[in-house]
Design a protein. Structure first.
Length: 335
């Protein structure tokens, strides 16, 4: 049994666990409570209202008005940091310096890669590992896509898309990270690099659209690697809906996966045309629940048990930030 403490009892830390439309567990609290090998013993938040609501649900845990108070009283095995992006640097470093056996950090690592490198340095100095919650790495549908990849032959093209109503980028929002390029884009570039096993670098950025206030609302970043001739990462911040997905086209098949769907296609002899082949649905059996949050916590337990490596290590998450910063540099130049 491992003890755990939660820093931040807001949306991802707690309240999303009551969203009836989401697959549960959908918050750090619910995922920690669900795991039979973890005892959630404490929570801390500067927001007293959030903290009291959390305590009314996790009655046996102790509560603290700051993380410093918690660390002065307790020494949990796991510290989960689920605060706003602008507090990631001080709170994660404080968590690391309290010397738990593992820190779980909500994505993105920090507001920028410079701050993220500071976290990495303290992590190394204190010899405390940090896992970042890039949840799709733990989701059964995305894992199935990664396993299916060899069946689609050589990859011809990849299109990764994220559409929402949140602004893509504006310089004035760098202070708190309230822009989609970092807030949601970290998920997009992370799962592209994870599934494909490639490194996105040196983008050609096109399709930049700025609104009347000069805030970036659209862009497409184009990449190529030694093995993949075309990878396009597109984001929109003026859509009236939310959509996240990947379309991977190979020489023998195709993978289409995103929020709420997962489709796998293989080359088969055509039933319509003699001498032709078409793509048909491959009967991949997926579990009803993807387990994205519970699998993340279980990976933490397996790591502490010495049975597995961290599936979403700090260094990978820092590389994600660097990809986004290369895109951001071109968005700034375009203005």
């Amino acid at each position: 049994m491992y003890t755990a403490a939660l820093i931040g009892t807001g949306r991802i830390g707690f309240s999303l666990g009551f969203d009836k439309k989401r697959e549960q567990p959908a918050s750090h609290t619910m995922a920690l409570l669900k795991n039979k090998n973890i005892s959630l013993i404490a929570g801390a938040d500067t927001n007293q209202e959030n903290l009291e609501k959390w305590h009314s649900y996790v009655k046996k845990a102790q509560i603290f008005s700051s993380s410093a108070e918690l660390y002065n009283s307790l020494h949990p095995d796991i510290v989960t940091v689920a605060v706003n992006e602008d507090a990631h640097l001080p709170e994660c470093i404080a968590a690391i310096k309290s010397k738990p056996r593992l820190v779980i950090l909500e994505k993105p690592v920090a507001l920028n890669s410079t701050e993220a490198e500071q976290i990495r340095q303290v992590s190394q100095e204190c010899k405390v590992p940090v896992m970042v919650n890039h949840e799709r790495r733990f989701s059964e549908d995305y894992l199935a896509a990664r396993n299916f990849l060899p069946k689609i032959g050589e990859i011809q093209s990849v299109r990764a898309e994220l559409y929402s109503g949140l602004r893509i980028y504006g310089e004035e929002f760098e202070k708190d990270g309230t822009y989609s390029l970092i807030h949601d884009g970290t998920h997009l570039v992370d799962i592209v690099q994870y599934i494909l096993g490639c490194k996105l670098e040196k983008p050609v950025v096109t399709g930049i659209f700025n609104d009347e206030k000069g805030i970036v609302r659209n862009f497409s970043a184009h990449y190529k690697t030694d093995f993949i001739p075309e990878i396009t990462v597109s984001m929109s911040g003026r859509s009236k809906f939310f959509s996240f997905g990947l379309d991977i086209l190979g020489t023998l098949g195709r993978i289409c996966i995103g929020n709420g769907y997962a489709k796998f296609y293989e080359r088969k002899e055509s039933k319509l045309y003699t001498g032709f082949y078409t793509l048909t649905n491959s009967k991949i059996k997926l579990p009803r629940n993807t387990g994205y949050f519970s699998n993340m916590v279980q990976n933490a337990v397996n790591f502490l048990d010495g049975k597995a490596l961290l599936k979403s290590p700090l260094q990978d998450a820092i590389e994600d930030l660097k990809v986004l910063e290369e895109i951001k540099a071109q968005l700034v130049l375009a203005k």
